[in-house]
Design a protein around this ligand. Structure first.
Ligand code: NAI
Ligand code: SF4
Length: 514
């Protein structure tokens, strides 16, 4: 009998190792033969550790399981799918999972992350094989036609980026995966690295084949030790079986891959600061142009993509561009793994085609706040994303629709706040975060963020409030228009959205409400 206990960090933090050990010990005591598979997480975090049992009728789920629950589960006959207070029924029938459209995350939680055979049995490496049968231009065309846009937040068309690198003449080119997942409330990159690492390796190999790169780096934040360990193991396994190295699948193409660990700076998620960091220097932003696509790592043409962009590529090459672009709305094609965090009842990962509304994510999937109080604000797109009030919750999740209201989908993470939140404090926090994380290269960000904290303090203390509000708006204008990168350039979005949508928290009447 096969029993699945996740090895994903979320499950581990909630005691999955203890649960796995308890299941092995209890089975031993009862003389039962149990095969334990350490799968990834299904992304339903309120049910972790989620234990699954393979039955004749498919996998059935129990959760959240504590090591102390294990003897009772055996007594209830959970190995045969028996009834128990923690029983969730067939896993795939759990509404949260059933309503999703899992393309990129199709294998996540299903397979053993470090079993290449399991990966191959679940459509793994079909994309790379198809890519090797095409010309490099043909591969770039598939990605262009799929409509895939950068999933790190900027939504730049991935195919155009690849085309730029492919067209650059150079003896050496690189592929760099940005896995410095620093946005608040985000964890989709981490889940891929821990729960389906071969998908990322395959996506990067396809990128390398498409643009003519022979070396690649995965830049992972130091806060992700499990992801780093899993990736390193997966890279060694893939290389050992000819999926990486000097002669990929007998094609004569070469691609080597290395993991680089960051040192905990948010700004190293900005692509040029990341390049500096990989080169062994302090993470300071470079001026653009030149674009990294033309002069990137060590001055060579470099594809830099967010992890989810690269992880979306295998299925595009496996099933074709038309398959992928049939999901989504307008120019937002395909799916995005949304991440529900903060004060939310059912936090976790929801992969859906673009076009559903924020309210559907918050209510149908998230089930409202964990505190049971009304939702007051949602910050989407990380610490540089705008705070959205209830009146904006019916906005469809579509890059253009969000941009039209000054909000941002970003990397798909959302953090929920209930009605006890103080939005002036949140605005102050945004400025403070920028002051702490600024690389210091340009004045609007380096100085502006510190002045921003002081001005917000004066507004809250009602010290010349109208003048200070005027000053804050003017400061934000300077930061938006004068900063070298998104750090200083986007910090005003959370600040101004808090001030505009929740003026009462700054001691000024809410004109809209009045
Ligand atoms: P950007 O709009 O300047 O560039 C987007 C990407 O397209 C870059 O990789 C750039 O090099 C490339 N590019 C632009 N023109 C090109 C061309 N003609 N040919 C080839 N490549 C081209 O945005 P940037 O500064 O890279 O990122 C800002 C975004 O990052 C924000 O919108 C925000 O959503 C997001 N962000 C994400 C975070 C995360 O943790 N995922 C954290 C902070 C911000
Ligand atoms: Fe550095 Fe901030 Fe300027 Fe970006 S905006 S280059 S983080 S000082």
């Amino acid at each position: 009998i096969t029993v699945y206990v996740p090895r994903d960090s979320t499950a581990l933090a909630l005691g999955a190792n203890e649960v796995a050990a308890a299941i092995a010990a209890e089975a031993g005591r009862r003389g039962l033969k149990v095969e334990l598979v350490r799968n990834g997480s299904r992304g339903m975090f309120w049910l972790e550790p989620l234990v699954e049992v393979a039955t004749g009728a498919g996998r059935v789920a129990y959760g959240p399981v504590d090591a102390g629950d294990v003897p009772g589960l055996f007594d209830a006959g959970f190995l045969g799918g028996g009834a128990h207070a923690l029983a969730q029924g067939p896993t795939e029938e759990i509404a949260y999972l059933k309503k999703q459209e899992r393309l990129t995350f199709a294998r996540v939680g299903v397979t053993d992350p470090l079993s290449l055979d399991d990966y191959l049995a679940h459509e793994g490496y079909v994309g790379l094989k198809n890519a090797l049968a095409l010309t490099p231009e043909g591969v770039v065309q598939q990605v262009l036609d799929s409509g895939l846009r950068g999933r790190g937040g900027a939504a730049f068309p991935t195919g155009i980026k690849w085309k730029t690198v492919a067209g650059a003449k150079a003896a050496q080119k690189y592929v760099v995966c940005n896995a410095d997942e620093g946005d608040s409330g985000t964890f989709s990159d981490r889940m891929v690295m821990e729960d389906d690492p071969f998908m990322l390796i395959e996506g990067m190999t396809i990128a390398a084949v498409a643009v003519g790169a022979t070396e690649g780096y995965i830049y992972v934040r130091s806060e992700y030790p499990h992801a780093i360990a899993t990736l390193n193991e997966a890279i060694a396994i893939a290389a050992g079986r000819g999926y990486l190295g000097d002669n990929i699948l007998g094609s004569g193409k070469r691609f080597r891959l290395e993991v680089r660990k960051g040192a905990g700076a948010y700004i190293c998620g900005e692509e040029t600061a990341m390049l500096e960091s990989i080169e062994g220097k302090r993470g300071v932003v470079r001026a653009k142009p030149p674009l990294p696509a033309l002069e990137g790592l060590f001055g060579k043409p470099t594809v830099i993509n967010n992890l989810i962009s690269l992880a979306s590529v295998p299925i595009i090459l496996a099933r074709g561009a038309d398959f992928y672009k049939n999901y989504g709305v307008g120019r937002s094609m395909g799916t995005l793994p949304f991440q529900l965090a903060g004060n939310i009842k059912r936090g976790g990962l929801v992969e859906k085609a673009f076009g559903l509304t924020l309210r559907e994510l918050l209510e149908d999937f998230g089930g409202g706040t964990d505190s049971g109080r009304p939702i007051r604000a949602v910050q989407m797109g990380g610490p540089l994303g705008a705070y959205m009030p209830q009146s904006q919750f019916d906005t469809p999740l579509d890059y253009e629709a969000f941009a039209a209201i000054g909000a941002m989908i970003g990397h798909g993470g959302l953090v929920v706040f209930d009605d006890t939140v103080d939005m002036a404090k949140q605005a102050r926090y945004a400025m403070e975060f920028c002051a702490v994380e600024s690389c210091g290269k340009c004045t609007p960000c380096r100085i502006g963020s510190t002045r921003g904290v002081e001005v917000i303090d004066k507004i809250v203390a009602n010290h010349e409030r109208p003048q200070q509000i005027h000053l804050l708006r003017s400061l934000c204008d300077t930061m938006v228009n004068g900063s070298l990168c998104a750090m200083g350039g986007m910090t005003p979005f959370p600040v101004l959205s808090a001030l505009n949508h929740f003026p009462e928290d700054f001691g000024t009447p809410n004109e809209k409400a009045a």
